[in-house]
Design a binder for this molecule. Sequence first.
Ligand code: ME8
Length: 528
Amino acid sequence: MSGNKQYYITSPIYYVNDVPHIGHAYTTLACDVTARFKRLEGYDVHFLTGTDEHGQKVEKSAAAAGMNPQEFTNQVSKNFRDLAESMNYSHDDFIRTTEERHIIASQAIWRKLQENGHIYLGTYAGWYAVRDEAFYDESELSDGEGGRKLAPSGAEVEWVEEPSYFFDLSQWQEPLLKFYEKNLDFIAPKSRRNEVISFVKGGLRDLSISRTSFKWGIPVPGDPDHIMYVWLDALTNYITAVGYPNKSDSFSKWWPANLHMVGKDILRFHAVYWPAFLMGAGIKVHQKVFAHGWWTNEGQKISKSIGNIIDPNEIVNTYGLDQVRYFLLREVPFGNDGDFSKKAMISRINSDLANDLGNLCQRVLSMVNKNCNSKVPKYTLAGVTDYPVFRTLQEVHSLLPKVREKINQQAFHDALEEIWRVIRNANQAIDESAPWTLRKTNPQGMADVLYTLMEVIRFFAIILQPFMPDSCSKILEQLSVSEDERDFSSIEIPSKPKLFGTSSLKPGTKLPKPNGVFPRFSDDQSAD
Ligand code: ME8
């Protein structure tokens, strides 16, 4: 397989002011599925995630916990690393913005922007929301209770007046608009792209990029009274991780990133500020930003104050890891907002996983176990070419390009629906081919049908690995597929008119005893 195609994908780096919740798990999961898919396709992948540890919000949370910020960030950052472990993410690097490599990179981009004439000293007087770590224009605010002013996100804003360095963002309106025009896929989904373009068309103001009223941040080079604005620091993580400012092999290999995956709340930072910073510093701009939607919990906005935060570890313990991974990407079209409900979760587990995929595997593997001596059946296809399962095999052969196209569009739900359409057809084809009848009337026909079905299952298990790595690995073990025969080169389509290819299952191979992979979830298992 060629090792010369690269793919660099990043999740946001999460603020360490809080415990991880389902929203954090979701974004990184989407990255993980993409990274695993690309690896199986033969790409050399770099998948980055991490924690955003500076800024006023983190400093305040540390103070509230009675800890110094560094101790506090060490502790909370660990929760995010543990989450990555328990969600089975396959990241190649976990960056923390308090690391030395990142301080060096952030100061280097600052110097570059300064050298290129894009930074000047002034005074900031305006509104700031600590929760969003963002500056807002008076015109964007609304009135909250007790005369408080609120940002569009609902976060409370405060008036800030302090000396500040500015980045000349106002100069970047035209270059940005031109860039969006030339790079039609830069912002996805399309509705978000239109939103960003109209924001930029509305005019850009210079951006305050330093603070003096608190200390928890990266010192501005040459002026230690100032610390860098947390978003300039945070966005730089994407280049720190691949070696910036060292224009080493690593940097030229991975940068520009193929995809920054983010939630809709932070699109502006990734689609406006970050490209402007990069252009200002003379660095290539990333290739794409995809902004997904937000989860609610049983119809309600998720918030700490309501106390309805969904803990990913808790749902994994209740429903199972791969069940949660599947649900999150199947239930809601990626890009839209969606609702987490126990009912929907249980329904996906029981209908899609237990009934459709689980039953398919269980029916076929237990028939093979009972009737074919626990070995991969020997097919001959002598005189039989019209069993419905052969049509299913052909459908399976055309799946990979369709799924690839959906993954490249971040349409995870559609990728899964494509696969499930064929899984459902496979179950129907078993009924129509009726191998249990053939057992008596035409044992060779039964062997042909069962072999074909095992091949169908092998395709599903290989193609679904990015979504449900553990479960697919169990299925592949039950098919006696070795670990070096599980990438996408192993599901290449055999040249017509052949039904099976060189990497197909080897007849006569001994099989382990089959074991159900997707149990049903009964209501009395429910968490409440
Ligand atoms: O914004 N549904 O960090 P953050 C879906 N440090 N996704 C959600 C969600 C929800 N209800 N709530 C949060 C930051 N998210 C910055 C990022 S990147 C250089 C710096 C996800 O801890 C979503 O991806 O507030 C959102 O963008 C991210 O968590 C925000 O995480």
